[in-house]
Design a protein around this ligand. Structure first.
Ligand code: PNW
Length: 453
């Protein structure tokens, strides 16, 4: 095997999941409801009425799932904690059974030689806090800091990599602007407030972590590079707007201490004048950034609300089942852009993967998913290229370990490298999982080999 694709020593090879998408049993053992429990139980809001009540039953099968990761040879696992399992009302009373679940999971991971990356917030706000205004209430910064303190006190001895928020852009755009995700609001006046408060909460959680934790904490954002559809000035301007909105809206305040000016253009009178002292809270020193990358966007000016920028479909490209163009070069471009814009901060690719149609499990327990292998292989090569170009990239996590609940799309989209039969909860490693195990074992060298299947 050639060394052409060997990755740096210590590079972490992992897979990612999120609590609400895999755990099931959302109200077990004293847990409180989250906004996703409510959202999914409101008729008409999710595909097929799907909920997270059972999901992958990981809450009861976590030992088997850790064993599976060990069999795949993973060296890292990114998961999230359900806030309302630990603090059923969001603040105040701690539910020991909820904390114990994550404590046992972390022990099992360490025992298996798998480094845990813990995300504090992957979209499942305690419903009790939504009743108090959720992310629209400025008090959320204090709530989130309190929760971060509880978690750090309990687990910092064993968890060395912490993440505050997963994808603040999706939380706000899906939850407060377009309404496809919980809590399902569609309000141009709320969206900037939710965004800003999320970032204040991020800053407050980092501060709280520093007071009790001794390891590393960072932020995870989704980045989708924007390429103008033409040289026309209106397309160039639309591209800049879309880029500021999706890619700079959170990284700019977190790392530079200010918002990109385009946000005022986009939101107009819905964009408030923020108190200057907020930026001192938001801009905290971070130990790393996590980048979630799925696709790019070729942008043209159009009448869409409120961005006035839309996507141009690429006639000869491959699209995934979620309608996302496969564009590996965008991952290299993204990692280089982050380094160029925000400096040489350690990076992890904290999510990357694809939903494709998978055939049923064949006799002998095989799932052939060549398109997913091709996707992962080309994106891993793109990561390698960014490392060669000087980016400090410390790990890569496939989205996802398991087929799981794709939010309002329900169980209809499968991202896993492991197939889940939702009727029996049987796990079957897909061809992509076997292939990834080989990449991990060879520390990337297998990326230079022809496709095995
Ligand atoms: C991420 N976009 O969501 C989430 O972190 C996961 O929970 C989710 O399952 C996964 O990607 C696949 O969707 C995203 O529109 C949702 O740009 C939407 C976008 C990006 C990420």
């Amino acid at each position: 095997m050639t060394d052409a694709f060997a990755f740096p020593d210590g590079f972490l090879w992992g897979a990612a999941t999120a609590a609400h998408q895999i755990e099931g049993s959302p109200l077990a053992d004293g847990a409180g409801p989250s906004i996703w429990t409510r959202f999914a139980h409101t008729p008409g809001l999710t595909h097929n009425g799907d909920t997270g009540d059972v999901a992958c039953d990981h809450y009861r099968r976590w030992k088997d799932d850790v064993r599976l990761m060990r069999e795949l040879g993973l060296t890292a696992y990114r998961f999230s904690v359900s806030w309302s399992r630990v603090l059923p009302e969001g603040t105040g009373r701690v539910n020991p059974a909820g904390l114990d679940f994550y404590s046992r999971l972390v022990d099992a991971l360490l025992e298996a030689g798998i480094e845990p990356l813990l995300t504090l917030y992957h979209w499942d706000l305690p419903a009790a806090l939504d009743d108090r205004g959720g992310w629209l209430n400025r008090d959320c910064a204090g709530w989130f800091a309190e929760y971060a303190t509880v978690m750090a006190k309990a687990l910092d001895g064993r968890v060395r990599k912490w993440v505050t928020l997963n994808e603040p852009w999706v939380i706000t755009d899906g939850g407060y602007l377009h309404g496809a995700l919980a809590p399902g609001h569609r309000n141009k006046y709320e969206a900037p407030i939710a965004s800003h408060n999320l970032m204040r909460a991020h800053g407050a959680a980092v501060q709280a972590y520093r007071a009790v934790g001794r390891h590393e904490i960072g932020l995870v954002v989704n980045i989708e590079p924007k390429y103008p559809a033409s040289d026309a000035p209106e397309d160039q301007t639309a591209t800049r707007r879309a880029h500021a909105y999706m890619n700079e809206q959170y990284l700019h305040p977190a790392l530079l201490g200010h918002y990109p000016p385009e946000l005022r253009e986009i939101f107009g009178d819905a964009w408030p004048d923020w108190p200057a002292e907020d930026f001192a809270l938001i801009r905290q020193p971070l130990d790393f950034l996590g980048i979630n990358y799925y696709t790019r966007n070729v942008t043209r000016a159009d009448g869409s609300w409120p961005l006035k920028a839309g996507a141009v479909k690429q006639p000869s490209a491959t699209y995934t089942e979620t309608g996302w163009e496969v564009f590996p070069q965008g991952l290299t471009d993204t990692l280089l852009w982050v380094r160029r814009t925000y400096g040489d901060i350690p990076l992890y690719v904290t999510e990357n993967g694809a939903a494709f149609f998978d055939p049923p499990v064949a006799e002998g327990g095989r799932v052939r998913d060549p398109l997913r292998i091709d996707y992962l292989r080309r994106h891993l090569r793109a990561v390698h290229e960014a490392i060669r170009a000087g980016c400090d990239i410390r790990g890569y996590m496939v989205w996802s370990l398991l087929d799981n609940l794709e939010w309002s799309l329900g169980y209809s989209k499968r991202f896993g490298i492991v197939h889940v039969n939702y009727a029996t909860q049987q796990r079957t490693v897909k061809d992509s999982g076997r292939w990834y195990a080989n990449v991990v074992r060879s520390h990337g060298r297998a990326l230079g080999e022809p496709l095995p299947y």
